[in-house]
Design a protein around this ligand. Structure first.
Ligand SMILES: *Cc1c(COP(=O)(O)O)cnc(C)c1O
Length: 357
């Protein structure tokens, strides 16, 4: 039986994406060939790449606004260094908001390139909230933030107004909610949280911000080279790009981001209501900053752990244990997770309450 998959990543994708990906491995577009054995420069694969790149911009409302979408490799972690390579001038400065482990990893890489200012951090409270009231220096070449903190279950609801380009790691909430995406100058996301299998990273860049650093940039690091080569400077991750395209098509058929956002809000509300109502559980993130993608929560009395674990496992739930830096539980409710799965989790929480009374 198919499990209720709450894994933080790699994670659930739409069932039709699994089925169509499997079909393409066996016989791609009725060609008599597997997608794994054709040239990435074949007409059929170029069509996949071009449709995926165009659909990204269409879904985000960025078509015709000077943006380019790329599907590169190295994961979101590679963008931690590609960003300063392309945007931090020699002798320049960058500014970062520290909201969790991934933000911190991005900061570590930027420090290798130059003066890196951390404008605010919630590290001292184990990243349980999103800092506000910080000042972004106008001397910085860019400001970097992480929209959704996958590990700590917090999410930026309101982005700052910036005089400098705004860069955002959206790995775990891209395509999950409506935003004015044109407020960002560069967005990146590892595919494996809300879009596709691990192996490709989506990068969306406003072209006008590139080419200003005076640095020599190694080819694989250079966004301009990848744009010029239509995201095929080297062999792309063909299957992850194809599966990502299938997810984007699925999303469009669902009614796009606005429609999926409503479903995501309903799922998050269902679970957070139970976390707040049920006296056996407590949420770890500040209420105002709670993520609609990753809900982190603890048992008030950890002696109930064995019983609760047996209840959710028996209900067919997978991927619920929290990250080691928070403990407890983390329910990841990405786009493809149906609300029925959240109801199964809520039922298990209520069953625990009945049994310990
Ligand atoms: C998972 C994650 C990453 C790391 O992604 P990789 O593709 O494994 O490098 C970076 N940022 C955020 C917000 C994440 O959730």
């Amino acid at each position: 039986m198919k499990k209720h998959n709450f894994s933080a990543g790699p994670c659930i994708l739409p069932q039709e994406v699994f089925e169509k990906s499997a079909q393409a491995i066996l016989n791609f577009n009725q060609s008599g060939l597997s997608i794994l054995e054709i040239s990435h420069r074949s007409k059929d694969f170029i069509a996949v790449m071009e449709e995926a790149r165009a659909l990204v911009l269409e879904l985000l409302g960025l078509t015709g606004k000077g943006y380019q979408a790329l599907f590169l490799q190295g994961g979101a972690s590679m963008e931690f260094l590609r960003v300063p390579h392309n945007l931090m001038p020699l002798g320049g400065q960058a500014s970062y908001l520290d909201t969790g482990t991934w933000a911190n990893n991005a900061i570590k890489e930027a420090k290798l390139f130059g003066d890196t200012v951390v404008v605010a951090s919630s590290k001292n409270e184990n990243y349980n909230h999103i800092p506000t009231d910080y000042i972004i220096p106008e001397t910085a070449s860019y400001f970097h933030c992480t929209s959704n903190n996958t590990i700590f279950g917090t999410q930026i609801k309101q982005f700052p107004q910036t005089a400098v380009p705004m860069i955002c790691d959206m790995s775990s909430d891209i395509f999950s909610r409506s935003l004015d995406f044109s407020q960002f100058d560069l967005i990146y996301a590892g595919a494996q949280k809300n879009m596709g299998p691990a192996g490709t990273t989506l990068i969306i860049i406003k072209e006008s911000i590139l080419g200003k650093t005076g640095r020599s940039i190694p080819s694989m690091m250079d966004y301009e080279k990848h744009i010029k080569a239509d995201s095929m400077y080297n062999t792309p991750a063909v299957l992850p790009v194809y599966s990502s395209l299938l997810t984007l098509q699925w999303l469009k058929n669902q009614g796009g981001i606005a429609a999926i956002e409503k479903k995501n809000e309903a799922k998050a509300q269902l679970l957070y209501n139970e976390i707040d109502r049920n006296p056996l559980f407590i949420g770890t993130a500040n209420k105002a900053d709670r993520s609609s993608m990753n809900a982190t929560f603890l048992l008030v009395d950890s002696t109930h752990q064995e019983l609760f674990d047996s209840l959710w496992k028996a209900a067919g739930i997978s991927g619920l244990p929290g990250h080691r830096s928070v403990g407890g539980y983390r329910a990841s409710m990405y786009n493809a997770l149906p609300i029925e799965s959240v109801q199964v989790l809520v039922d298990a929480m209520q069953e625990l309450e009945k049994q310990v009374k």
